[in-house]
Design a protein around this ligand. Structure first.
Ligand SMILES: [Zn+2]
Ligand SMILES: [Zn+2]
Length: 370
């Protein structure tokens, strides 16, 4: 039996790097050798015990890698050695939910999110991608691993926040939370033609980063009431779209209170505990406003489109990757990321084995950058 190194969730606040059996792909599945992965805010919720995941699972849902082995039914589409990504959400493309246009909800609420949630994930030397025909997206040859890493989750989710909010050219948009997803949401609002994009956060470096992703006005919540300032910036009207990218009651209320009548609150945050819409901000439910929620869209066509945005230089996601660690040092990586140390936005994690002809290029570029 072949073994591999993996980061196993052992229970609240406990991750362990272990040698575990290397899996074998079944029909329709692919075994991918992981060359780059990352830590997501959702992983922090899991490790803190705020989001339930079964102990014993390998965490991680951001995948850049090389096809190592193909299960049955894939040889006409893919080849061993091909560089690929898969989205954090891996829909089947065939079930009731998928065929109703809710691919991320494949098989039930949040069901499309499988990697590092309901099946073993990407914090390992190898991972199984389920429903591979629907999910393996070949990486364009000109792109390095770190250029496409964030397509798998942050960029897809952030852009989806703007898409679900129905951002139109000329809109005023406020983004609450300027972590990686909030920054990607600002980028998404810019791509969809928003005129005014307001970034709101308590951390100065994050607000500064927002300016690189399309934010025109930054508001530090420590300096005063952001809702008051947003009303002032919009001539008293409020924003067309408010994007909540943190998952807290306070930011949810701020987003709701910032909306114009008929506006849309687009919620991306992962909430723990109760979320309420207080009456003064909800206008007794009579303001023609919409609240929409979104889980990161996945599937290979979504991934192809996002990588095309990178390939044709519409976006550069690499400034979001501020730190890099070996998979063996996941505890250090997690400490920096979860406590928001050293100006961290995203950390790249890579297994030690990754020095092949592709990744010598990719890792070299990453070394220069981080
Ligand atoms: Zn995630
Ligand atoms: Zn499905």
């Amino acid at each position: 039996m072949k073994l591999m190194k993996a980061v196993v969730f052992k229970g609240t606040s406990h991750l362990a790097v272990e040698e575990v059996p290397r899996p074998t792909p079944g029909p329709g599945e692919a075994l991918v050798r992981v060359t780059l992965t990352s830590i997501c805010g959702t992983d922090v919720h899991i490790v803190r015990g705020e989001y339930p995941v079964a102990p014993g699972l390998i965490l991680g849902h951001e995948l850049v890698g090389v096809i190592e082995e193909l299960g049955g039914g894939l040889a006409d589409l893919y080849t061993v050695g091909q560089r690929v990504i898969a989205g954090a959400v891996t829909p089947c493309g065939q079930c009731y939910d998928c065929l109703n246009g809710a691919q991320a909800q494949c098989g039930g609420v949040s069901g499309g999110w499988r990697l590092g949630h309901t099946i073993n994930g990407t914090w390992a030397e190898y991972t199984i991608v389920p429903n591979a025909r629907a999910n393996l997206a070949p990486i364009p040859d000109t792109l390095a691993d770190q250029e496409v890493l964030l397509c798998t989750d942050v960029f897809s989710a952030g852009l989806a926040g703007a898409e679900s909010g129905g951002v139109r050219a000329g809109d005023a948009v406020a983004v609450f939370g300027q972590g990686p997803v909030g920054l990607a949401a600002a980028l998404g609002a810019r791509l969809r033609g928003a005129a005014l994009i307001v970034g709101v956060d308590p951390i100065r470096q994050r607000l500064e980063a927002g300016r690189r992703f399309g934010v025109n006005v930054t508001l530090n919540v420590r300096d005063g009431d952001p809702v008051h300032e947003i009303r002032r910036l919009t001539g008293g009207r409020g924003v067309d779209v408010a994007i909540e990218a943190l998952g807290r009651q306070e930011t949810f209320e701020h987003a709701l209170a910032s909306l114009r009548p008929g506006g849309t609150l687009s919620s991306l945050g992962v909430y723990a505990g109760k979320v309420q819409a207080p009456e003064p901000m909800f206008h007794a439910g009579l303001a023609d406003q919409k609240i929409v929620t979104t889980l990161c869209p996945g599937g290979k066509e979504r991934m192809r489109r996002l990588m095309a945005m990178v390939e044709h230089r519409r976006v550069d996601l690499t400034p979001l990757i501020t730190h890099r660690f070996s998979l063996d040092d996941v505890d250090d990586a997690f400490e920096v990321f979860s406590r928001q140390r050293d100006g961290v936005l995203k950390v790249a994690l890579r297994p030690a084995h990754t020095f092949d002809r592709f990744n010598r290029v990719a890792v070299g570029a990453l070394d220069e950058q981080c």
